[in-house]
Design a protein around this ligand. Sequence first.
Ligand code: AMP
Ligand code: MG
Length: 405
Amino acid sequence: MSLMPVDQALEIISQQFRPLEAEDIPLAQALGRTTACDHFAAVTQPPFNASAMDGYAMRAVDVAQCPAELAVTGEVAAGKAYNGEVTPGTTVRIFTGGPVPKGADTVIMQENTDRLSEDTVRINIGAEKGRNIRPAGNDFAKDQKLVTAGSVLTSRHIGMMAAANIATVSVYRKPRIALLSTGDELVNVGEDVGPDQIINSNNLLMSTLVIENGGEPIDLGIARDNVASLEEKIDLLRDTEKVDMFITIGGASVGDHDLIQKVLGQHGLKVAFWKIAIRPGKPMIFGEFNDGPMIGLPGNPASAFVCAINFMVPALHIMLGRANIGAPTSYAFVDHDLPENGSRQDYMRAQYYENDRGEKIVTTTPKQDSAKLSTLANANCLLIRAPHAPAITKGTQVKIMLLRP
Ligand code: AMP
Ligand code: MG
């Protein structure tokens, strides 16, 4: 079987996913969720002409000649309106956020005044109409569109939506992603590790990657490398409330103990493709199992991650209806020579920084070992090399995939 090019694999996978159903949730719980429709302001902000300063509200014409003395007739603070009107020659003491009283068209900051008595203030420097006043609707108006569908909500969005009195938001349901680790050698983190054993690090690597990308991981535990153990996990999957994607980790290759295709095949796995022209991660499987999409990730952590960031993450984003699908990419200047690439698209663990001209400079990690978690964890990007990309010299521009800080 020839290897599936990365772009084609992504195309095939993308076609299998659609945005999930929308649900309404309280705004306070909406951080990181993706909006399922446009959201509009329920109120105008500010709802009234508000003072931007602590000072005095007056008519600009009364302070066209300064210094000028005005009669202080009242006071207005945030949350407390002044019922009277500012008439010629008078002023009202005002504080930041207070509604500008009727008749006033200017606020003079306190620093430019001297309070001569309880009833009188001297204005030392005047100002034009409108100074230090935030007009009603200055930020946004009622019914104005504030957030478009497909946006990932940040604390900044949530603050704005709160100001707009949007108490409930419509977001896409979190995709439920079942994760099954496989291997006789695996024990869970924190357990005693025997001499032939390693920790099931991929389980947490993948479950947290799912969470980072808006999904909900469902841990099916570890299947051992035998038919009975895998069949037990297949039963567990079938007994689990419907999931949106099933991910297996390990056992995807051609070794005697790589049982995923064989055993899942006996229980209805339909393979769309197996083996991608990608490095690391060649033996990835994509197909349909238990009436849903299935990705069989290779077991080496860097391979599993590179496949997941390229294929699982875009699938999650599509299910979430996001405007931007997949990890963002950028360009950088490579800091060293690179030899001609082989026949697979390479995702080299790398680090970039920005120089003082704002250009990105990227350096690949010396040892591109697909089992190394330390280089993966310390990478902040993956340097992408197309199949058969020619040798390049230091300073050549290359494409990079940005990893979350
Ligand atoms: P496999 O794809 O099952 O042949 O595994 C390839 C390599 O990845 C082996 O060295 C495994 O021990 C390792 N591996 C497989 N699954 C995991 C896992 N869940 N966590 C950490 N390493 C794993
Ligand atoms: Mg294995």
